[in-house]
Each structure stands twice: as C-alpha cells, then as structure tokens.
Design a protein around this ligand. Structure first.
Ligand SMILES: Nc1ncnc2c1ncn2[C@@H]1O[C@H](COP(=O)(O)OP(=O)(O)OP(=O)(O)O)[C@@H](O)[C@H]1O
Ligand SMILES: [Mg+2]
Length: 505
C-alpha cells in the first residue's frame, strides 16, 4: 500500500538549535494521524516544512502518493493539496471574518478592490456547509479567540485539500466546540484524504486518531495504533519517563483572611452581580462554557474592561481600578488567555519579556540591571524547563508552549498579591503542566490569592480549593473541591445556561 504522505530523513537546524534530526513519518490514506511530543519537540517545525514555510536541511524528502515533491512555498503546498491550521492564529484583527477567510486568494479581488458582497456570500455558504454560526461581517478584533479559531478551521477546510494538518486546533476551544470540530474531521477524512492532528490533550488524541507518531527532542521515537495503546504509554514515549495521572490538590491550608473581594460586579454586555472572595493561600477556580463570562470577570477585575457597577477590595481596602495599570499597581497580575494579542513581545528576547511587568524592580536610577534580569530569567527557564539555547533568544523563535512558559514566568517574577491565570496551560505539554501546577501551589502557599480560569475541568479540579461555575454572565454556584466533580460542574454550567437563555444550550 502506498502512503498518502511520507516524510523521510527530515532534519532542520536553526542557529543554536537542532529542531529535527532525521525524522521519518508516514500518513496513510483515510486516517487521522496524531503527532505528539513535548513543547519544543519539533512538531510545528515538521509541519511547517511539509507546508512550505521552512525548507528542510539537505537530504530530507517529501513523498506524496508515491511521488517525490519539492514544496517551494505555502501556495505551492496548497496547490499540492496540503493545507494547515497553524498553532498561532493567523487572523488580521482589523479585517472582517469574510475578508480574513479569502484574503490573498485568487478570485477574491475585482479590479483593485475586494468585492465585499461576494466574499460575504461565499463565507455564509461556507459556514452553513460547516454548520458554524459565525457572522462573516463581524470584525475579527471583536471576536473572542475561540471564534477566531473556528474561522481558521473554516478557512483550512475551504481549500478542499487532500492532506490537512491541524496544529493544536482546540487550544482555545471548549468541549462542545471540540466535538463540532471532530464532526468536521470525520467528514473530511475519506479514502483519498488524511489528516495530521497535533494536540497536548490526550483524551482528544485517543478519541480522534487512528495512529500516533511521537517526537522527542527533535527525533522520531515511534508510532503506535491508537486502539491498542493506552495514552499513558504515549506519554511515556513523549517524555521518556512515567508521568503521574491527574491528582487532586495537596490541600494546603487556606487562611480566613480575604485578599480579594469582588462585590456586585456588572458590565453592560454580559456580567450580572458577580460577587466572590478569594482568601490568602487560596486557588479559586472558574469553570463554565464558552461565553459564560469567565474571561470577562478576569478582565473587569484587571481593569481591562469597563464595569457599570461593582467594588473590588484588596486586603479590606476599596480600590479604584479603571485600567490595567491601576490593577497592576493595586497588586493584581493577569495572565491573559490571548497571549498573541496581550501577552508578549515576539520581537524581544526572553529576558525582556520575563521582566516586562516588573521593570521597576530591576532598575536603579532608571538604569536596567542587565545581569540581575538575566539571572532571574534563567532561573525561570530552568524551573519551567523552557526549551531554548539561552535567555537571549527572541520569543518568536520559541515553540508555542515555550512562549507560554515565558509569559507565566513574567507574572511569577512580578510579585503580585492577586494573580489571575486565564487558561494557564494552554498549549503546554503533559509533563510541564504538572510543574506549572506545582508552581501555582507554591505561590498559594506563600500567601497569594490565585484565580484560575480553565476550560479543562481536570485542571480546575486539580488546582482549585473552591470552584465558581458560571453561565451566561452569572455565578450559578460555588463548590468546594471535595464537593466538585466533572459531572456536577457540567450540570451547573449547562442548567445555568438553559435558564438564562430559555433554551437548551
Ligand atoms: N525560527 C526559529 N528559530 C530558532 N529556533 C526555532 C525556530 N522555530 C522553532 N525553533 C526551535 O525549534 C524547536 C522545535 O520547535 P517547534 O515549534 O517545532 O516545537 P513544538 O513541538 O511545536 O512545540 P509546542 O508543543 O510547544 O508547540 C524549539 O526548540 C524551538 O525553539
Ligand atoms: Mg508547536
């Protein structure tokens, strides 16, 4: 049987980094092949070589249907029937959804300007075909990341490719949208097509793939049949050691002292009378479906969104937070879910990004102390096992998961009383997740008040002392860790949604 695709002897060297060495991977017709590996293992790089973004080092070969091809560039890859959904969103915020879908494609231009009506019409047809409820005329800057991710997925599917690569397509999606995506994948795969699926979420790999190939440190480790393999085994192939299964928190004591008190917070758009307290040493989780308002709560407390009413107290003192700057001064840190938009400066190095929010700690008479910054940045590169040749590496040269680690370090370095982590382990591999959980627990044990928002229920359960479940802009209920289960959280989240909407969500 000829393979749909064969990658043979692929190597790739970047300055100071051997990203891939002699990797061989096959994709069979009609299958979904999982591609797994830790952060920085080389997954995205391999897929960028396949889709013409990078060129492999000499000696690497790409075979399609038994014929060797030289992929020249991304357009050429598309002509060959290869398309990819990138790990980082490729969306221009100031364009509409329809414009983003068709930008740069032949046929989308009439004369020198883009015929909008035509684009909108095609976009409507595409979304209808894919059963997605997205307004083609909306500006992308107004849409939450999950929506944008669906736009990316729609765009990739619209090319009618034979081979589709999805590089962490569900990082910003909730369970329900992931199910929609899996429906689309199952429709896409026919005896003539194949799909490569990259994810750090093992339950997804288990559900959607037929086989899984594993990379470790840029090398090919092996391929297994999904049905005959426990995900535990895939994980140990990835990390080269056993990783403990999801545990419950080591219940550290929480004091009665309230650090953050939010009362009757409302916004014009979504939030209604949000009240909660986070105590010293506590990790307070937020769960809920997409659009429930978890990120909005975080953004309001952080002063990034406007509230129409509500008080925010820190250590019993009322604050007047009206901007992110006020919030940082008041002692609040916020790791945003949308790292590309708010989290980091891609053209700067790890050092600079690490101290971005704590510059004043590192300057004496307004002169930055380079050595001290480098030491601090290095400490966190070690602690979080960030894969990089040095702290002088530019952020854009790091893998997605390793960029996320640098943003986490930034907030760990800045000493805040209240820390809000919105999807802290998005894109982080299974091995490193546990390390991040332990760091958050360490911070709590030091007496900080921590808020964690996560779409992954096992993560909320793993970390939180108490969990607030939101639906449609309200807190429907708060559960202690002992009371909480995936089932009763989902029940609260969906019942709340039904009541608020008058329909089954
Ligand atoms: N343009 C580049 N310049 C220098 N190094 C790079 C570049 N692109 C990737 N790398 C390095 O190559 C290695 C592999 O990165 P890659 O993005 O392929 O990892 P990944 O497996 O996709 O990880 P993740 O799960 O975090 O997305 C990393 O060490 C990364 O820092
Ligand atoms: Mg990647």
């Amino acid at each position: 049987m000829t393979n749909l695709l064969e990658l043979k002897g692929i190597s790739k060297t970047f300055p100071g980094v051997k990203a891939l060495s002699n990797v061989n991977i096959n994709l069979r017709a009609g299958e979904v092949l999982g591609l797994c590996g830790e952060n920085g293992a080389g997954k995205s790089t391999l897929m960028k070589i396949l889709t013409g973004i990078y060129t492999a080092d000499a000696g690497g070969e790409i075979w399609l249907n038994g014929e060797q091809v030289q992929v020249q560039n991304p357009n050429h890859a598309r002509d060959l029937g290869l398309s990819i959904i990138h790990q980082e969103l490729n969306i221009i915020p100031d364009l509409t959804v329809a414009q983003n879908l068709y930008i740069g494609r032949p046929g989308s231009h009439t004369g020198s300007f883009i015929s909008d009506a035509k684009l909108v019409k095609s976009a409507r047809e595409l979304f209808a075909r894919l059963n997605m409820d997205i307004d083609p005329t909306a500006y992308c800057r107004d849409l939450p990341v999950a929506r944008l991710q669906m736009v990316e997925i729609a765009r990739a599917l619209s090319f009618d490719s034979r081979i589709l690569v999805m590089d962490e397509p569900t990082a910003a999606l909730t369970t329900r949208e992931t199910e929609t995506l899996f429906g689309l994948i199952r429709n896409f795969v026919t005896p003539e097509t194949g799909l490569i699926y990259i994810s750090h979420r093992m339950p997804e790999i288990e559900e959607i793939t037929d086989r899984v190939s594993v990379l470790r440190d840029g090398e090919y480790v092996g391929t297994v049949n999904t049905k005959e393999t426990e995900m535990r085994e895939v994980i140990s192939l990835m990390v080269g050691r056993e990783v403990p299964a999801d545990a419950r928190p080591k219940t550290s004591p929480v004091s009665d002292e309230v650090v953050l008190r939010v009362s009757d917070l409302s916004t014009r758009k979504l939030l209604k009378d949000i009240s909660f307290e986070v105590r010293k040493g506590e990790i307070f989780g937020f769960a809920g479906l997409m659009g429930a308002g978890r990120t909005e709560v975080a953004r309001c407390v952080f002063g990034a969104d406007h509230r129409v009413s509500g008080d925010i107290e820190i250590n019993g003192r009322k604050t007047s937070i009206h901007s992110a700057r006020d919030a940082v001064r008041a002692g609040i840190g916020y790791l945003s879910e949308d790292r590309k938009r708010y989290g980091l400066l891609l053209e700067q190095d790890i050092k600079f990004n690490s101290v971005l929010t704590s510059m004043e700690t590192f300057s004496v008479a307004s002169v930055l102390q380079g050595r001290k910054i480098a030491r601090e940045a290095e400490e966190y590169v070690d602690k979080l096992r960030t894969r990089t040749p040095s702290v002088n590496q530019l952020l854009r040269n790091l893998s997605g998961g390793n960029q996320q680690k640098v943003i986490i370090a930034k907030w760990l370095i800045r000493d805040s009383e209240v820390l809000i982590f919105d999807e802290p382990t998005r894109g982080i591999d299974v091995g490193a997740k546990e390390e991040i959980y332990e760091l958050l627990e360490e911070l709590a044990a030091q007496g900080k008040a921590i808020i964690v928002i996560s779409s992954e229920l096992p993560e909320v359960l793993r970390l939180s002392h108490r969990i607030a479940v939101m639906a449609h802009g309200r807190i429907i209920g708060t559960l202690t860790n002992e009371e909480a289960t995936q089932e009763n959280i989902m029940e609260l989240a969906t019942v709340g949604q039904t009541e608020a909407n008058g329909e089954v969500a």
